[in-house]
Ligand binder design. Structure first.
Ligand SMILES: [Ca+2]
Length: 107
């Protein structure tokens, strides 16, 4: 579909201001959805790596001396990953609030 056809939302062959406004809103919504999906995936990945790392460290594959050597690195790793998860939760609450406020403004 050509860009012009895509923007003509009511399919009358003319691109009016309303068409552009609707398209802008649609694009904005799509962008926000993509962003939220990526953030959610990042939070899940952070949580998964924490669980997987913990399982690997506790398994017999890793010797005690290695765990001791890695302890400083590991604590930083856990704080950073937990930070990603926590930030995701905080920002998603903020986004929900902003969205609800936007909806209230429209009605
Ligand atoms: Ca039109």
């Amino acid at each position: 579909m050509a860009v012009n056809e895509e923007f003509d939302t009511d399919k009358d062959g003319i691109i009016e201001k309303e068409d552009i406004d609707i398209m802008k809103e649609v694009k904005q919504e799509q962008r926000t959805d993509r962003k939220m999906r990526n953030q959610r995936r990042m939070a899940w990945a952070a949580m998964a790596t924490m669980i997987i790392f913990t399982a690997i460290i506790l398994s017999p594959l890793v010797t005690d001396t290695r765990v001791e050597v890695l302890s400083a690195l590991l604590s930083t790793f856990y704080v950073a990953q937990a930070g990603v998860v926590g930030a995701y939760m905080g920002f998603s609450v903020m986004q929900d609030r902003n969205r609800n406020e936007d909806k209230e403004d429209n009605y």
